[in-house]
Design a protein around this ligand. Sequence first.
Ligand SMILES: [Zn+2]
Length: 447
Amino acid sequence: MIRHTVLPYLTKGAILFFMLIFIAGCAAKDAQHSSASSSLVKKEQMKKEQMKKEQRKQKEQLLTNAEVSARQYDYQKAINLLGQSDFSKDKDVQSTIHEYKNQEKKLAVWPDNYKIPHLFFHSLIVNPSRAFDGDNKTQGYEDYMVTINEFKKMINQLYERGFVLVNLQDIAKPDKKGKMVYQDIKLPAGKKPLVLSQDDVSYYEYMKNDGFAKNLTLDANGNVTNTYVNEKGESVQGAYDLVPIVDNFVKNHPDFSYKGHKGMIALTGYNGVLGYRTSESDYGPNSENPNPNIKKDQQQAKKVADAMKREGWKFASHTWGHLDAKKVTLCHLEKDTTKWKKEVEPIVGPTDTIIFAFGSDIQDWKPYSNDKYQYLKSQGFHYYANVDATKTYWSQSGPDYYRQARINVDGLRMSEALTGRNNVLKQFFNVNQIFDPLRPAAKKLIH
Ligand SMILES: [Zn+2]
């Protein structure tokens, strides 16, 4: 009886036991299964979040790029950038497009393209004590150059006074028939167009050891910068001349530049360009002073020029040999132009602009008509610049050319401002606040 009664109990117990084990096993398997599927879900979620993050980043970058164009008064570019992107339906992007369309309506066409001043500079002095060391070049540097400290103050004041950098092509352009026509420059109230140029960016041989940059080059990120050989003889990289200084300034103040345009670099050829001894006639293997690295230097100079063009700089001829275009014969001008095209153009590309050396010009103020003009026109020159600091602006839009006068910003002009002999700089900046105390004339002129 006991056996009968115990056995079923045992059997029942065993069944229960096995059932429990079975249930436990299933639960474990379930748990295993669910943990596997939840990690899959998590992975999926992480992937989605990563994608969202990536998209957010792309959208932010897009909005940032569009904002730079908008701040540089190029609302069409900003709107196209946003409207043609993958985010064109995005709410933020849509509202930004709407905002830019409204801002664009507030721009007004600059009323008179005749009234646009043009300031020009030479290489900037990095170290005044080296430039003004009393040797026979000191006076020249004092007269024709500006120090970095002065230049930085100048662009700050130009910016504060509402000036915006435009290039000559923004002012006037040849139409399909070659007729030069004024272009609309659209700016908000209070902003004024200004042309900027820099001459002789060759870092000429004579300037060595006098406290100027050695060349324009590219930094590790491909940005335009300078090499400067300091007092200890060490080569350092940084913004030691006008181009990278303006680039940096526009990075921080995009609205100082109209559509990303910066200025014009007027180059001769006889000492090479941009600090590289690239001239075949002066540094080639058969020259008196051969440069063994000439090919490499030509390539490097081209890379720098390409980067400058991408950054909004344009190049102009300053004649190959720094000629006085008024004094030389037509034949000389022709030979010189051919040399510029042979040695400088392969590096900086073709140009339609000639900025005459010595502030010279090929003719007086009457519309161009002489044979020098006919020749230069046949060589593709449509823009001409001379120097005239007696007025704030002067230009002439001929039937097929645009000619503009420039004001030299240098020690001579600043000294004239400080002694009241010429007030042309007054509307651009306050020379009293700018004149470098390290200039030899500072004690006499600054009170
Ligand atoms: Zn010059």
